[in-house]
Design a protein around this ligand. Structure first.
Ligand code: NAD
Length: 464
């Protein structure tokens, strides 16, 4: 998955803190505290398999910092889960919540497993088993999980149910990303893509873009990638390339995104629309080589689509590049060949630290992950608020509140970038660290405590 070691991912994540500290007046102590997670829990989850055998899975839950509120972050089921990577993901969550100003800290969890090799019953036992192991660690006021890579709404529903059984009371606010009938929020499904879309709309105003002239490439066509592509396409943006883990498709005139989404979700393939039987049986349908006489493709033969690799997609001559798949996709190996002048980081950590430097020298504007993909955690916050209030919002209310937060914080970070004459990632970290520093320092710093002899004496208590 990533070329860096998982421990290196965390070390790299902290480098960004150091860079931002050159601009932010956060204080040494706050910086020191943010460099170590609050707690790291490792658990062993015994699971009875369908054939009667017993397997024990390793799981982790990291709480990075809870100064601004309960920790918040997803649970990943993936064979490459490693505590170093989970620590980095939890750290990013702390920063992300602070960037958008929601009252949460950062957490993250994971289980070392390839869920594709489990039956549905085994998956349910594992999900409930994980909660049995971490139940003392999580809670609506302490640590609130959510879905992440290879976990979904149904798994969140099982986990909420298990936690509720342990507590002997229904506790929907312990977890977000639940199915709607179990207390999920309307608008959570497309929140990450929509949040990134609102950032792009702010850029559109500043850059005077005409959507029809803006070419976009999206790497990763899952939840986040599909929704940002769908919203941009509906506004007239020309989405010229998309890809998934198998590779991608490119069409200079722009792709039919609604049809790609429908076909991808039905066939699990994105190339089926332009190259395979779902449109017509000609493998070259839509390309210059197309030989079909009775073509059902709306664009007809000669529409010039072609297959591309994920590496080729990243290096396309486009106006906006949207990495929306995995970490470490833009590295020192390919950074100099990235032609897009604007990169919107919908995935977490798609650009390595060293690659960042190269892109900054090339004058590439990077809207960083901790801002660009913060729409997901923002609507998770809305879900938690609705669960606690027992009062549910309409989809329009969710969209309006999300737009207000994303637009406001985008403008704040963009203006800070201009004011500090730095890159947008550093500005986003400065913005986050100012909020974090204010919270951490309001508990007292060395300057306050070293003067304790001369400071006010504590008020007397009423009792003798
Ligand atoms: P997903 O599992 O729904 O989709 C991931 C997509 O990436 C799939 O289409 C998969 O085929 C593709 N993919 C995997 N490896 C790839 C590779 N090497 N090259 C190209 N494509 C590849 O996941 P998602 O929820 O859309 O998340 C995508 C990214 O966005 C992750 O980094 C995730 O952490 C981040 N993110 C998601 C959310 C959310 O709410 N979904 C919130 C914040 C951040």
């Amino acid at each position: 998955m990533s070329q860096e070691s998982p421990d290196q991912i965390f070390a790299d994540a902290l480098k960004r803190l150091d860079r931002a500290a050159e601009f932010a007046d956060i204080g040494e102590e706050a910086l020191l505290r943010l460099k170590s997670p609050k707690s790291v829990l490792e658990v062993s989850i015994p699971v009875r398999m369908d054939d009667g055998s017993l397997r024990v899975f390793q799981g982790y839950r990291v709480r990075h910092d809870d100064t601004r509120g309960p920790t918040k972050g997803g649970i990943r089921f993936h064979p490459n889960v490693h505590p170093g990577e989970v620590k980095a993901l939890a750290f990013w969550m702390t920063c992300k919540c602070a960037v958008v100003g929601i009252p949460f800290g950062g957490g993250k969890g994971g289980v070392v497993v390839d869920p594709k090799h489990l039956s549905r019953l085994e998956l349910e036992r594992l999900s409930r088993g994980f909660i049995d192991c971490v139940a003392d660690f999580i809670g609506p006021e302490t640590d609130i999980p959510a879905p992440d890579v290879y976990t979904n709404a149904m798994i969140m529903g099982w986990m909420m149910d298990e936690y509720s059984k342990i507590c002997r009371q229904r506790t929907p606010a312990v977890i977000t990303g639940k199915p709607i009938p179990l207390g999920g929020s309307l608008g959570r499904d497309d929140a990450t893509g929509r949040g990134a879309y609102y950032c792009i709309k702010e850029l559109e105003t500043r850059k005077n873009w005409t959507p029809e002239n803006v070419r976009v490439a999206v790497q990763g066509f899952g939840n986040a990638g599909q929704h940002v592509a769908r919203l941009l396409h509906a506004d007239g943006y020309r989405i010229v390339a998309v890809s998934d883990s198998r590779g991608g498709v490119f069409r200079q005139e722009g792709l039919d995104i609604p049809r790609l989404i429908e076909t991808k979700n039905r066939t699990r393939r994105i190339d089926a629309v332009y190259h395979e039987g779902s449109v017509c049986d000609c493998p070259d349908c839509g390309s210059e080589q197309c030989q079909c006489e009775d073509c059902h493709c709306d664009d007809g033969p000669g529409a010039k689509s072609k297959s591309i690799t994920n590496a080729e997609l990243l290096e396309l001559d486009v106006d906006i590049l949207i990495p929306a798949a995995m970490e470490n996709q833009i590295t020192v190996e390919n950074a100099a060949r990235i032609k897009a002048p604007v990169v919107i980081e919908v995935a977490n950590g798609p650009t390595t630290c060293d690659a960042d430097e190269i892109l900054i020298q090339q004058d590439t504007l990077i809207v960083p992950d901790i801002l660009a993909n913060a729409g997901g955690v923002t609507v998770s916050y809305f879900e938690w608020v609705q669960n606690r209030a027992g009062y549910y919002w309409t989809e329009d209310e969710v969209h309006d509140r999300l737009k207000e937060i994303m637009s406001r914080e985008f403008v704040a970070v963009y203006d800070l970038m201009t004011q500090l004459q730095t890159d947008m990632r550093t500005a986003a970290y400065v913005h986050a660290m100012t909020r974090l520093g204010d919270a951490l320092n309001s508990q007292g710093t060395e300057r306050f405590f070293s003067n304790h002899v001369t400071s006010q004496t504590p008020p007397k208590t009423a009792s003798a």
